[in-house]
Design a protein around this ligand. Structure first.
Ligand code: F6R
Length: 245
């Protein structure tokens, strides 16, 4: 079941998404949150930090599991997703850092890292609320279009286009990680609730195909149609190819 929430722009999307996460935290102060990196959730995190600073939110019992991380990146590298989460959220709220989890990119033993991470998420029975962004090709996490939905946390070979797109953030193209650890589609689908933030015209095709198209691993976001509780908060530009309701 997908509930689509229409918003004006990125700021409006971010406020509404933050309100949904805030409601989750208020209703269950010990929630397990699934978190994402990238540009889509930055505004959502800013709003959550503002609510915390206003005294409206308490993260002291919250725990979290992030979707993904580059393999072979140090946690102190400012391009690591570990660093991103501290910078954008964890350093600014009263979350217990020991209760925050990001796949460990410093562990080069891919099988060990993926099995351990998957077991941890499965042991809690899936996260309570999973926040997702969506790629231009409808990828979720690092689950790119492919022939079969990846089930569990796995090691992904980054595509040449992703390496090319990311090289601007690194000293040179050689420094861009070649692989990443990512929750699988099966891991993501274990979440009790899913919240997706989608902004911008370059996501319009991916959003339309994910919500209204056939469910296929070639459009990873389309699997969300099979989840019982998905809310997509999207702005006008991202909704531009969706039928008006
Ligand atoms: C981030 C992640 C990715 C992004 C997606 C959209 O943890 O797993 O799937 O959500 O690539 O990225 P942005 O938000 O930068 O457009």
């Amino acid at each position: 079941m997908i509930k689509l929430i229409r918003t004006r722009d990125y700021d409006d999307m971010s406020r509404k998404a933050a309100n949904i996460i805030a409601a989750q935290i208020v209703l269950n102060p010990a929630s397990v949150l699934g978190l994402a990196t990238g540009s889509s959730p930055v505004g959502t995190y800013k709003n959550l930090v503002a609510m915390y600073e206003a005294g409206d939110l308490d993260f002291s019992q919250i725990s979290s599991y992030n979707l993904d991380e580059y393999r072979g990146i140090s946690r102190s590298n400012d391009q690591s997703y570990y660093y991103f989460m501290n910078e954008n959220l964890f350093d600014h709220v009263n979350i217990n850092k020991d209760a925050t989890h990001v796949p460990n990119g410093e562990n080069l033993d891919a099988e060990n890292e993926c099995t351990t991470y998957e077991a941890a998420v499965r042991a809690i029975g899936g996260v309570d609320l999973q926040l997702l962004g969506m790629g231009r090709n409808a990828h979720i996490g690092f689950n790119e279009p492919c022939d079969e939905f990846p089930k569990a946390t796995h090691c992904v070979d980054l595509t040449e286009s992703t390496i090319e797109a990311n090289k601007r953030f690194f000293a040179s193209a050689d420094d861009v990680p070649r692989q990443a650890y990512s929750m699988g589609i099966g891991t993501i689908m274990c979440a009790k609730k899913i919240l997706v933030v989608v902004s911008g015209e370059d996501k319009a095709e991916a959003l339309k195909n994910s919500v209204y198209g056939p469910v296929t691993p070639q459009v990873p976001g389309s699997i969300l149609q099979f989840h019982p509780d998905v809310t997509i908060v999207a702005d006008e530009a991202a909704l531009s190819l969706c039928p008006a309701e």
